[in-house]
Design a protein around this ligand. Structure first.
Ligand code: AGP
Length: 610
């Protein structure tokens, strides 16, 4: 997720662009750049780091009436000047900014290289600049060149293109990534969301998928990618900037919980091979044999990422038949761990900057074993210090309590499981195809849960004064119980513990009385019958039971007052669904207790101290 903005009019485009980019920094903040039309030529200025650094670079020596700007959240190519946007074609006459992922960029790049194009960056976006150049050389028409180029593109885009050959227009196009046009007096703007243009106008047109717009200072024309004109009325914006940044949600955490259908889709995007029933991850291509023939996986992580690692252990041992050890990164190096030939160490981290995890992976490197990463922030220290890895593509996670990163980490761990199990022939192609098909269905199932939150909110209302909570699960959903407890602790400050449900009778059941709510994850899977008896044990001691279940049967209805139903899916994928009601429960509890949900006390989003 990046932030893009374009301006054409009489104001100083530099000022408008920089102010707009600052508003969009919550979408991505690892590098920024602008392209300005000055003296009939395109001038590109870009830098790693925040928009304020770009602003300094611009100083007051640049002024223009038309320009485009971008603040980046890297997906392909680490954050540096070369990979920052805008990108240009070979002539430098065409400049482009883009938000989204071009899935077939490497095939397009190979073709363009064979046609003599030269590339400067590792990004997927630069391919678009050269592809448009290719069509422009044939059509001499920028709008047509963009439209024809996009016909060859698989993936998502919100993009704006400008050219010194056609200095009075901006061309914008959208598929999958948001774009809104701001209609002004002798000026028009385009941006990822209205927060970047609301200071100039409240009259906007929202672009829909597969649409292209030609924007001049006095006019906007809209078409679809099949060159048919599109009529759309402008809307008048009433909401304020903060609301826009949170997408209309009250908190970034709730916004990020609701982004999960899209972020899980992004984690799978371009990585599923339906017919072969296997996954394909560019970041592991060079080490696939090593990963497939590994003797053991050792996974290092902290907090929520550690819970994801534990889910990974369950699914990799069950399907890929590879021994997996999961370590608290903070403990790993101080216990002088035994690592041997054939071991592979994985480091899981959303921020990629967690010092405990970084120190642990450095320890593993010293011991001479390969270290691979599963990371969200592109170009982060852990991403740079690992030998290979997979980005989870969850976009910026602003809320301190990790939510969408967790489900995307699980999505990637399932992709790795699919790859290793298929390559080790411990999973058949048929099994692989079944799992891939279900992966495609997950975003919609997540949306079903997000569309039914009334009951979860009511349960939060009933239990908001509780002092303690227990979370209980079995099998692959035991780590989800741990995650549910962590979410509640982090943002509502209620003491909560997660346990394997069968472990209760070995002690924790002593805590049970009418004041101790117990949340069970009781899905219709291989542990269902067992967990029903664990629920009975708690019920027998007057415990308050809340259950996350698939479509409840009579047995469960007799046992639990509060049943939150979620769609069914394959057992190994079920943690991606079962955690969502737990994220929401903790969110509503915290809101009802008046806690600062996005910035809870005593916590930081990225823990860069040991
Ligand atoms: C989770 O909600 C917390 N923010 C925290 O436990 C976090 O998961 C942990 O600090 C690890 O962070 P990382 O994934 O960025 O390495």
């Amino acid at each position: 997720m990046c932030g893009i903005v374009g301006y054409i009019g009489d104001k100083d485009a530099c000022e408008v662009l920089v102010e707009g980019l600052k508003r969009l920094e919550y979408r991505g903040y690892d590098s920024a750049g602008v392209a300005l039309l000055m003296d009939s030529r395109i001038k590109v200025l870009k830098t790693p780091g925040k928009v304020s650094k770009l602003e300094k670079m611009l100083g007051d020596s640049h002024s223009a009436k038309i320009g485009i700007g971008h603040t980046r959240w890297a997906t392909h190519g680490e954050p540096n000047t070369v990979n920052a946007h805008p990108h240009t074609d070979c002539t430098g006459n065409i400049a482009i900014i883009h938000n989204g992922i071009i899935e077939n960029y490497s095939a397009l790049k190979t073709k363009l290289l064979s046609l003599g194009h030269t590339f400067k960056s590792q990004t997927d976006t630069e391919v678009l600049a050269h592809l448009i150049e290719e069509f422009y050389s044939r059509t001499k028409n920028l709008e047509m060149a963009v439209r024809l180029a996009l016909k060859d593109v698989d993936g998502t885009f919100g993009l704006v293109v400008m050219s010194s050959n056609e200095p009075d227009i901006l061309v914008a196009a959208r598929r999958g990534s948001p774009l809104v046009i701001g209609l002004g007096e002798s000026e028009n703007l385009i941006a990822s969301d209205a927060s970047a243009l609301i200071r100039h106008t409240r009259n906007v047109i929202y672009m829909h998928d597969n649409e292209i717009a030609v924007i001049t200072r006095d006019n906007v024309s809209l078409k679809n990618l099949d060159d048919e004109a599109v009529e759309r009325d402008a809307e008048h914006l009433t909401f304020d900037i903060e609301q826009i940044e949170k997408g209309g949600f009250a908190h970034f955490m709730l916004k990020e919980i609701n982004e999960q259908p899209e972020t899980v889709l992004n984690a799978f995007r371009g990585r599923l091979m339906d017919d072969e029933g296997i996954s394909n991850m560019g970041g592991l291509r060079d080490v696939e044999d090593k990963v497939t023939n590994a003797r053991r996986f050792v996974i290092l992580a902290c907090g929520t990422s550690w819970h994801a690692a534990l889910v990974g252990k369950y699914i990799l041992e069950q399907y890929a038949k590879i021994p997996v050890e999961v370590d608290y990164a903070s403990e790993f190096r101080y216990r002088n761990p035994v690592l041997m030939d054939g071991d592979i160490v994985w480091a899981i981290s959303q921020s990629g900057e967690t010092l405990d995890t970084l120190a642990a992976l450095r320890e593993a490197r010293v011991k001479g074993v390969p270290v691979y990463g599963i990371v969200n922030v592109v170009g982060s220290t852990i991403a740079r210090e690992t030998d290979a890895g997979v980005y989870i593509h969850a976009g910026p996670e602003i809320g301190v309590a990790s939510t969408k990163a967790f489900t995307s980490q699980l999505a990637v761990l399932n992709l790795i499981n699919l790859l290793v199990a298929r390559k080790r022939k411990t999973m058949t192609a048929e099994q692989g195809r079944e799992i891939v098909a279900e992966m495609h269905r997950l975003p919609e199932k997540i949306q079903q849960i997000l569309d039914n939150t009334v009951q979860i909110e009511a349960i939060a209302e009933e239990f908001k004064e509780s002092r303690n909570f227990l979370y209980l699960g079995r099998g692959v959903n035991f780590p989800v119980a741990l995650e549910g407890a962590l979410k509640l602790k982090e943002i509502s400050y209620i003491h909560a513990e997660g346990y394997p449900a069968a472990e209760m009778k070995h002690g924790p059941i002593a805590l049970i009385d009418e004041n101790m709510p117990a949340v069970f994850i009781a899905l219709r899977d291989s542990t269902y019958d067992k967990i029903l008896s664990n629920i009975q044990e708690v019920r027998a001691r007057k415990g308050n039971v809340i259950v996350i279940a698939n479509e409840a049967d009579g047995r469960l209805r007799d046992l639990a007052e509060h049943i939150i139903e979620i769609p069914e899916t394959l057992e190994i994928l079920s943690p991606i669904l079962s955690v969502i009601p737990l994220q929401l429960l903790s969110y509503y509890m915290a809101v009802k207790r008046g806690c600062n949900v996005d910035q809870p006390r005593n916590l930081a989003k990225s823990v860069t101290v040991e």
